[in-house]
Design a protein around this ligand. Structure first.
Ligand code: PLP
Length: 421
């Protein structure tokens, strides 16, 4: 029965029962964590063989370059060509970086701030803004906040961000870009529709130094047999000649090892040249030994896809456990809605407005750590206080089931309290 149609007496009686259940959980003294979008230990084990000496051979790259020594600014060719195949671009339009795409994003924004993106340095243009599809990734927002870039929330639905809003806001010259996750988004797991991608490609912003940070972190991270497909942004741009507006990044963090993988950036010829000019001062080259190891191990996109099926086999039961629990506990109660992603690392749960912080606090008290309420919005401020990011990957399935059971009770308590005022 919908909570909204319960009488005050029924709600009070319900709250008493829920509180008793909750106190029972508290007494267990649990310590469960559903906050971190990290692979579980069993997922890390999948890639252990990559550490075998055979994947380094004689330390020479395909063109005979010594991987152990200085050189090759933009990455070894065999690694570039794997990312090129994954992202559907030419390898001349790829730069392979170090271990994290976040660094590539941070450095790119820093470059625009200090030296501009073909115009005046952003930092010299007064107050500048970025559009942020929400809910989104807290570390994106942290980078923008760090540079003092004002963030504007853009609501998202199952097709992607509100493109009418984006098309209208880019008429303001102080809007310098968008930061987004177009596939299996963090935290909703949605993939932008073809129309959304085309509308991004067709944008004609007032700012001539406008950049979309197209963070394709989850481009091969399918879960289960139904795979989303993202239109290739650079293909879409060809019709409009807007390739310079896009900086695409990805990494193997959740393919091989987070923090010990390889990151890549794809961009137009002009943007690649501008980034290389900066890099030439910043480094002599990134870790080619790790690049070589990754290239020899995965070989090509087919190698990565086969590898990702192993991740999927571990993740599918975990995602299903959460989705089944939500369906069982929330169906027909009118207190929650959630996404059912075909990939990525998260499920996005919406609880009644004003209940997310309370739910997360209740969980914490009962020993279940969730991502902080508000974290999925710029400045940590969820205007409706209703979104909670669920990260099912790190705990074991048993831990996850217990944590979700407790979470469901906490949502019901928060929703009942809210209705009781
Ligand atoms: N981008 C998104 C959307 C993410 O969810 C994450 C990690 O959770 C990252 C980037 C971090 O990637 P990397 O390890 O390559 O810095």
């Amino acid at each position: 029965m919908e909570f909204q149609s319960l009488s005050r007496e029924q709600l009070s009686a319900q709250l008493a029962v829920l509180n008793e259940k909750y106190n029972g959980y508290k007494a267990l003294g649990l310590s469960l964590n559903m906050a971190r979008g990290k692979p579980g230990a069993d997922q890390l084990d999948i890639t252990n063989d990559m550490m075998k000496a055979e994947y380094l051979g004689n330390y020479l790259t395909a063109d005979g370059t010594e991987a152990r020594n200085y050189g090759i600014l933009d990455g070894i060719e065999e690694c570039k060509s794997i990312f090129a195949e994954v992202l559907g671009v030419e390898s001349k339009n790829v730069i392979v970086f170090g271990n994290a795409s976040l660094t590539a994003m941070y450095d790119y924004i820093a470059q625009c701030m200090m030296f501009g993106a073909g115009g005046e340095p952003w930092a010299k243009q007064g107050s500048i803004k970025f559009l942020c599809p929400v809910p989104g990734y807290d570390r994106h927002f942290a980078i923008l906040e760090h540079f003092g870039i004002e963030m504007i929330n853009v609501p998202t639905d199952e097709n992607g961000p509100d493109m009418d809003m984006i098309e209208s806001l880019v008429n303001d010259e102080s809007v310098k870009g968008v930061i987004c996750v177009p596939m299996y988004s963090n935290p909703t797991g949605i993939t932008y529709s073809d129309e959304t991608v085309r509308r991004f490609a067709a944008l004609r912003p007032a700012a001539k130094d406008f950049r979309v940070i197209w963070d394709n972190a989850y481009c091969v991270h399918h879960i289960g047999s139904k795979h989303d497909k993202l239109l290739n942004i650079f293909e879409a741009c060809k019709e409009f000649g807007t390739e310079d507006n896009f900086i695409e990044v990805t990494s193997t963090s959740k393919i091989s090892f987070p923090g010990a993988g390889v990151a890549a950036l794809a961009a137009s010829d002009a943007n690649i040249a501008a980034i290389k000019k900066r890099m030439n001062v910043q480094t002599i080259g990134y870790d080619k030994i790790n690049q070589l190891r990754h290239a020899n191990y995965f070989k090509n996109k087919a190698g990565i896809d086969a590898h990702m099926e192993k991740h999927s086999a571990i993740l599918e039961p975990k995602f299903n456990a959460v989705l089944e629990a939500f369906e069982k506990e929330f169906a027909g109660k009118g207190i929650a809605s959630w996404t059912k992603p075909n990939g990525g690392y998260f499920i996005s749960l919406d609880v009644p407005a004003g209940c997310a912080k309370r739910t997360v606090a209740l969980c914490k008290e009962a020993g279940v750590t969730l991502t902080g309420a508000g974290a999925t919005y710029p400045y940590g401020k969820d205007p409706e206080d209703k979104n909670i990011r669920i990260a099912p990957t790190f705990p074991s399935r048993d831990e996850l089931c217990k944590a979700v059971e407790i979470l469901c009770v906490c949502v019901e308590i928060a929703a009942t309290e809210k209705l009781l005022g």
